[in-house]
Design a protein around this ligand. Structure first.
Ligand code: XMP
Length: 533
């Protein structure tokens, strides 16, 4: 389906920012996809891209194991015979400049952080004196540098179009072809006009009109799902999270009653969630929702389990059993087994497995709700395989999914089980639910909820001494955690106002019988993780 759209392809040389490049290009209204730098150029040409972006990477171009840029990429043609424009970023620039005869060397000083660029007039090709890449990008604006190599000798066909105090060549253009390169990172937010630069590349240099919008996605996906599924049936594991909720809304729009959602109460949900999800999907959307309360099965499986990974396995396995049973019940109603399973898999999960770096090391296994084994014998429908989370949120809004769900913080599949350190019991779940609910409500009330990426309470396996009235207490401690992040891979602890934290702690110890102390977690990821287990 995306084949109908203009597209800019990104070759990944291993940069931690590659996904951001794709997101920024899509924000410019152009569909973009990431491929490993080892992809065959003929495959790229067959996709008829409007442009190509070479990402940064951790290597030096002269390292023995440095990923190579196949020179063919610099001479690709579009279907209409015009050359494919190329933008090299950092390593990408160095790799293309080296192929064109330039010299890359280690800089005396590693350049890391903010710098100011000076945009230089360009003389070549009669282009007016401002390079197209920098249309509406003022000299003196900030760019983000992160490199230890730089270009010391430009190829004959290159001219510098920007400099910084430490980098005589901060950006180049080729006089031979529509090739540009930047030493800095336009994809990160610290580059003031980074979005503009990528938009200039997409629109002015590649000539894209910007035909990639959430509305066009919904229309095309709806039609494609209808065509693929015909009169068959689809099951979907609904968790109440953004991805599965929006997937349900999209599939329901396409298929109506041929969609059967399964929502499992694993007893590890937050306060009010069980009722809220049912209200939304059965009440508001009128979907065929199979809500099953399997609290006992989950709590039995978790009985006495304290190891975090073991908790994940228990929750994951029990979920599969419950889901299986429900699917059989649906099959009995229909008179035949549903043919498809829909999942809200996102693009970052897909690229993780194709990136040239390979999947990153497993620190925690994530058993997402809906993470079902293959032998369940369904054909998979994954409508968001090409999308980033922000795009799914946009689509959710278009499909009238309530803001409460669309804007929700991420919540882990194993739920509160991994936020109760030590054994999970109904009593401890009840304590945590209340504390968490106070924290989240206060965040919403003070308009801080959307300022943080994720926030929650954790129940610690320790008791501490307190005093209430004239009485000594010896009760539980809860930790409050709030982080800012882009994708959960790294995170900073959120600098919430002290008086706000004080008020939340006060409410928790006053209103939740059994908790007499609250602490705030001020570690970032790394070295900590976001969850405590
Ligand atoms: P960590 O704790 O690894 O969390 O820094 C990063 C993000 O992943 C979520 N998370 C999970 N999600 N199953 C999930 O579906 C899991 O087992 C799991 N563990 C962590 C976490 O909430 C955060 O958003």
């Amino acid at each position: 389906m995306a084949a109908m759209h203009e597209r800019i392809l990104i070759l990944d040389f291993g940069s931690q920012y590659t996904q951001l490049i794709a997101r920024r290009v899509r924000e410019a209204g152009v569909y973009s996809e990431i491929h490993p730098c080892t992809i065959d150029p003929s495959e790229v040409e067959a996709m008829n891209p409007e442009g190509l972006i070479l990402s940064g990477g951790p290597c030096s171009v002269y390292d023995a194991e440095a990923p190579q840029l196949d020179p063919t990429f610099l001479d690709l043609r579009r279907d209409d015979g015009t050359p494919v424009p190329v933008l090299g970023i950092c390593y990408g620039l160095q790799a293309m400049a080296q192929l064109e005869g330039g010299t890359v060397e280690g800089a005396e000083r590693r350049e890391f952080g903010r710098a100011r660029i000076d945009v230089l007039p360009t003389q070549a090709n009669g282009e007016d004196d401002r390079p197209a890449l920098f249309t509406d990008v003022p000299s003196g604006s900030t760019v983000w540098m992160s490199h230890s190599d730089h270009l010391t000798d430009l190829p004959d066909t290159y001219e510098a179009i920007a400099t910084t105090a430490n980098a005589p060549v901060a950006a180049v253009r080729s006089t031979r072809a529509p090739h540009y390169g930047v030493q800095f990172h336009p994809e990160v937010v610290h580059t003031d006009f980074g979005r503009q630069i990528l938009e200039n590349f997409a629109h002015e240099i590649c000539g894209c009109s910007g035909d990639w919008t959430p509305a066009s996605f919904v229309e095309e996906k709806t039609a494609a799902i209808r065509e693929r599924v015909g009169d068959r049936h689809v099951v979907l594991g609904l968790s109440g999270g953004v991805d599965s909720s929006v997937a349900a809304a999209l599939l329901h729009r396409a298929l109506g009653d041929q969609l059967h959602c399964i929502f499992v109460n694993n007893g590890l949900l937050r306060k009010g969630e069980w009722e809220q999800v049912q209200d939304t999907f059965r009440g508001h959307f009128q979907m065929d929702l199979h809500a099953v309360d399997a609290t006992d099965a989950f709590l039995d499986a978790l009985d006495g389990v304290v190891d975090p990974e073991e908790k994940r396995v228990c929750v994951g396995n029990t979920f599969i059993d419950v889901f299986d049973e429900q699917t059989e019940a649906i099959a009995a109603e229909l008179g035949h087994a549903p043919e498809y399973l829909a999942q809200g898999t996102l693009y970052p999960d897909v690229i993780e497995s194709v990136s040239f770096k390979g999947p990153s090391a497993t620190i925690k296994t994530h058993h997402n709700v809906g993470g079902l084994p293959e032998e369940l014998n369904f054909e998979l429908i994954e409508p968001f395989r090409e999308l980033f989370k922000d795009e799914v949120r946009e689509i959710g809004r278009l499909l009238d999914v309530p803001e409460r769900i669309v804007g929700r913080h991420p919540f882990p599949g194993p739920g509160l089980a991994i936020r109760i350190l030590g054994a999970v019991t109904p009593e401890r779940l009840a304590l945590l639910r209340e504390a968490d609910d106070i924290f989240i409500r206060e965040l919403r009330e003070k308009d801080l909820y959307d300022e943080v990426w994720q926030a929650f309470a954790v129940l610690l396996p320790v008791q501490s001494v307190g005093v209430m009235g004239d009485e000594r207490t010896y009760e539980n401690v809860c930790a409050l955690r709030a982080v800012t992040s882009v994708d959960g891979m790294t995170a900073d602890w959120a600098q919430l106002p002290h008086d706000f934290l004080g008020a939340v702690a006060n409410r928790i110890v006053n209103e939740v019988r059994g908790i007499n102390r609250a602490v705030y977690d001020i570690t970032s990821k790394p070295p900590a993780t976001i969850e405590w287990e």
